[in-house]
Design a protein around this ligand. Structure first.
Ligand code: AP5
Length: 215
């Protein structure tokens, strides 16, 4: 059988990136993440599209969504070249969900649910490696040496959009735009909701079981 096609939904800080790494290791799928793809192209010139801002980074640092025409093109290209995948960070609104229908079929759709207070703690405390992108947390997941990545020795930094003001805005944008996407998928057979507020290992156990029963 071909590799699984997994959609991972959830609010900012739910653990999508963290658990996507586990899925990549366990199932050999590709990690398709619009957040990382856009972070690598924050300064891309999109001024010819006649939108509010001239680069993706100007939307991201405010916690706003990058316009659909930019994001849809990134996802379509990535999915075309992937066999199995875990899709993380897309779709974030109903238009993107409809666009995704025309690109591929999904084997399992997982929604990670986490309370708002926990999300704010996780995001404002998150630190990321400026070289390899590995995630840490000042309290829940500390590196061996403060400020230094265990994997590659790179410097740990705080993402611009993990400042509290941008975090609050991201959560509002999620409630308005992305919660309807979860409702859109929630009555499908492939849909599974997982309590993302459990320990990292318990979330992973539930997620692994959900994917295994779908394939
Ligand atoms: P993106 O990078 O996708 O950010 P996000 O969805 O806000 O997700 P995060 O990466 O912040 O959180 P996560 O769920 O991956 O959590 P993580 O595993 O890191 O998008 C950034 C921006 O890009 C958007 O705001 C937007 O501007 C733009 N964008 C992206 N996609 C777009 C789209 N489709 N359309 C338009 N614009 C788009 O975990 C967070 C922290 O919690 C970590 O420190 C981790 O160690 C900790 N943690 C995780 N799980 C647990 C646990 N179980 N217990 C304790 N701690 C935990």
């Amino acid at each position: 059988m071909s590799q699984p096609k997994i959609l991972l939904l959830g609010p900012p800080g739910a653990g999508k990136g963290t658990q996507s790494s586990n899925l990549v290791s366990e199932f050999g799928v590709e990690h398709v993440t619009t957040g990382d793809a856009l972070r690598s192209n924050k300064e891309m010139d999109i001024s010819d599209l006649g939108l509010e801002y001239d680069t993706p980074g100007e939307y991201m640092d405010r916690g706003e969504l990058v316009p659909d025409e930019v994001v849809n093109a990134i996802v379509e290209k990535a999915l075309t070249s992937a066999d199995g995948f875990v899709l993380d960070g897309y779709p974030r609104n109903l238009d993107q969900a409809e666009e995704l229908e025309s690109m591929t079929e999904l084997d399992v759709i997982v929604s990670l649910s986490v309370s708002e207070a926990e999300l704010v703690d996780r995001l404002t405390g998150r630190r990321v490696c400026s070289d390899c992108g590995e995630n840490y947390h000042v309290e829940f997941d500390q590196p061996e040496k403060a400020g230094v990545c265990d994997e590659c020795g790179g410097e740990l930094i705080q993402r611009e959009d993990d400042q509290e003001k941008a975090v609050r805005n991201r959560l509002e944008v999620f409630a308005e735009n992305t919660e309807p996407v979860i409702d859109y998928y929630s009555d499908r057979d492939a849909f599974v909701e997982i309590d993302g507020e459990q320990s990292l290992d318990d979330v992973w156990n539930d997620l692994q079981a959900a994917v295994e029963s779908a394939i």
